[in-house]
Design a protein around this ligand. Structure first.
Ligand code: F0G
Length: 344
């Protein structure tokens, strides 16, 4: 299966003549969710399941482009700060390209599966006694002083790749949806979606979607209009107090006639559970889009009737299995015991 560079090369601003560093990312499913839609009114709801990318998150779309560009510039090493998914993705694509990869993680704040992925792909994992925002500051400064390439979403090639999800959604639906809801952390992804939808509208005409960006209440810097020094949320992927692309994200939301809102952790966890009960296990941050739509509809701030809505579920639940396994029952291998247990 071709990766996103091969599929969309003529739409991407990438250096010419380089072979893509790819793991066949993209082409993720757009899944119809009629039962979840009923909570939102007469809505056509789809989930873009980015957890089915090779390392389990949307970051792979931006990493194939960032690492391909790094190789074309002759880089031998890359660095990123990460709440986890960027680290896993950078580590995998750097391994694929044979580059050294350094990842800076906020100590004790990264989900176990993401940490394991970074180690397993051979990255040099450095934990920083501080926040994600401090780790990003360090990675930025090191990349300015050395030849190590920064592959956080400050790197424009990351957004070039991530915008391809917008192309896929429009391709699947035959047009842009009315609303796109997605989580906001460092604010690169919402900016990339807006770039993608705008590029398509410029080239092919057609309407633009409205964007609903969703932060967690304990990390809602863009909603509150201030840096959050000690961001908190169960959604560790978006536990970010000073989004690097915050201004671009606010502009994207405004230009789209959408908005950026915040939802409490319990709403995120409810949405995560309800998605799981429809067969999709996503990590907590990835459920924020659905939580945001629900809270806007319930509060009467959004009427979605007759609308086509896409929620972006950005990462797989398997990498962040923080939800404790529920109670199980131990039985002897006897059919009678099993039948009694199941009231059969
Ligand atoms: N969802 C997931 C699963 C993420 O990992 C992230 C960001 C986001 C949403 C938010 O995207 O930052 O572009 O606004 N994770 C980064 C990381 C920060 O280091 O993995 P954003």
């Amino acid at each position: 299966m071709p990766g996103i560079i091969e599929r969309f090369r003529s739409y991407l601003d990438l250096p010419d003549g380089v072979d893509p560093v790819t793991l066949s990312e993209g082409s993720t499913p757009l899944i119809s969710m009629p039962r979840l839609a009923s909570d939102l009114g007469a809505v056509e709801l789809h989930i873009k399941f980015e957890g089915s990318n090779p390392t389990g998150s949307f970051k792979d779309r931006g990493m194939t482009t960032a690492i391909t560009a790094a190789v074309s510039r002759g880089a031998s090493a890359v660095i990123c700060a990460s709440t986890g998914n960027t680290a896993a993705s950078a580590a995998a694509y750097a391994a694929r390209a044979g580059l050294r990869c350094v990842v800076l993680l906020p100590h004790g704040k990264v989900a176990s599966g993401k940490l394991a992925a970074a180690y397993t792909h051979g990255a040099e994992v450095v934990e920083v006694e501080g926040s994600y925002d401090e780790a990003l500051g360090l990675a930025r400064r090191l990349s300015e002083r050395t030849s190590i390439n920064l592959v956080n979403s400050l790197n424009p090639y990351r957004l070039e790749g991530q915008k391809t999800a917008a192309f896929e959604i429009s391709e699947s639906l035959g047009a842009a949806p009315d609303w796109v809801a997605l989580p906001v952390g460092n604010a690169g992804n919402i900016s990339a979606y807006w770039m993608g939808f705008r590029q398509l509208a410029d080239l092919q005409g057609g309407d633009l979607p409205r964007l609903l960006g969703v932060q967690a209440s304990g990390s809602a810097s863009l909603v509150e209009g201030r840096v959050i020094d000690h961001p908190e949320t169960v959604a560790s992927a978006i536990r970010i107090g000073n989004p690097a692309r915050g201004e671009q994200a606010l502009r994207a939301a405004e230009e789209s006639s959408g908005r950026i809102i915040a939802v409490p952790d319990h709403a995120i966890l409810d949405a995560q559970r309800d998605l799981a009960h429809q067969g999709l296990w996503v990590e907590p941050a990835s459920a924020a889009g659905l939580a945001g739509l629900r809270s806007e509809v319930e509060a009467g701030r959004l009427d979605l009737s007759g609308q086509r809505v896409v929620c972006i579920c950005t990462g797989h639940g398997l990498k962040d299995p923080h939800v404790p396994a529920g109670p199980t029952t131990l039985i002897q291998p006897r059919l009678q015991d099993l039948e009694e247990l199941l009231n059969l």
